[in-house]
Design a protein around this ligand. Structure first.
Ligand code: PLP
Length: 299
């Protein structure tokens, strides 16, 4: 039996450094609070089971990028784990409030977390945490990537939907373990490969591959998260540059034989792959800088 759906939406806690927790510091349905003060119950099912979903939105010079697509994906992930639909209008307002309340920084990372809530209550817990982004410049300059087997076939999303491939769940321990394994191998990040031999995605990023003037990514149906950053770049390539883009299943040999590859995400933006294991790939620094401007919301 699954938990019953609540009739009232989860109140949203907006965690911003320096916020006092004063109930007047917020808006209808959300409250600003201090992230350095304990806020989450130890019996929240996200703490005991990793049972929840999330999004990470990038904000550049105070402007968030792709809020609508991120919140729509949050709703899809919530549906995949049978959580009640989140109130997207309230969340969009609370994201803006988080950015407004944070001191002004060039790059802000806004996490939207939505969990199954305290065991036995049936009410989700929801919070938004705004923090200055990590310094991603070393990754944006180019990185070595290790190919690691995810152990699942590209058909897993269809044959075993309970494995939640393509949902952005709060069970990222496996993804983080993969990054540590990459570091042990002298690489900075990971490209997962499926058990049937196809390139998938990174633990926190989408694969982008260049073949001539065509740009390709892994089909979402192969069990990868449908990335917002790759969607932004595809729209720009198509509409502003007149270039082709699309989804294609690619082997690791295809990626190695390509004209360049990147791992994309909303806060790290475009990180070019200099080496896939020991194989060197071409890097176009100018195009990467262009991608970065587009992904920050410019052109
Ligand atoms: N794939 C996975 C597994 C991710 O966790 C992420 C983002 O964190 C992405 C892809 C990239 O998604 P987006 O471009 O929407 O940030």
């Amino acid at each position: 039996m699954t938990a019953t759906s609540p009739r009232t939406p989860a109140p949203v806690l907006v965690l911003v450094p320096g916020a006092t927790g004063d109930p007047s510091g917020g808006g209808p349905g959300y409250r600003l609070a201090d992230p350095t003060v304990p806020q989450l119950s130890v019996t929240d099912l996200v703490a005991t089971r990793g049972d929840g979903v999330f999004e990470t939105i990038g904000a550049f010079d105070g402007s968030p990028v792709n809020v609508g697509p991120h919140l729509a994906r949050l709703a899809r992930s919530a549906e995949m784990i049978d959580l009640p639909a989140p109130d997207l209008a309230l969340l969009a307002e609370a994201v803006d409030a988080a950015i407004a309340a944070h001191e002004s920084v060039a790059e802000l990372s806004v996490r939207v977390m939505y969990t199954r809530g305290v065991e036995g209550t049936g009410t989700p817990t929801c919070w938004i945490h705004a923090k200055a982004s990590d310094d991603w410049s070393p990754y944006r300059a180019g990185m070595k990537v290790a190919v690691l087997d995810r152990g699942l076939a590209t058909t897993a999303a269809e044959t075993s939907p309970w494995l939640l491939q393509g949902a952005k769940t709060l069970s990222y321990a496996v993804n983080m373990a993969a990054v540590r394994e990459a570091k042990r191998r002298g690489a900075a990040d990971v490209l997962f490969v499926s058990s049937d031999g196809y390139a998938l995605e990174g633990p926190t990023s989408t694969l982008l591959v260049r073949r001539g003037d065509t740009f390709l990514t892994t089909p979402a149906s192969a069990g990868v998260l449908a990335g917002t950053a790759v969607a932004t770049l595809f729209a720009w390539l198509r509409e502003q540059q007149g270039l082709a883009s699309g989804e294609e299943l690619m082997t690791i040999e295809d990626v190695k034989g390509s004209d360049g590859a990147w791992l994309l995400s909303s806060t790290r933006l475009a990180a070019p792959i200099t080496h896939l294991d020991e194989h060197e790939l071409p890097v176009d620094a100018e195009l990467t800088a262009r991608f970065e401007r587009v992904l920050k919301g410019g052109i």
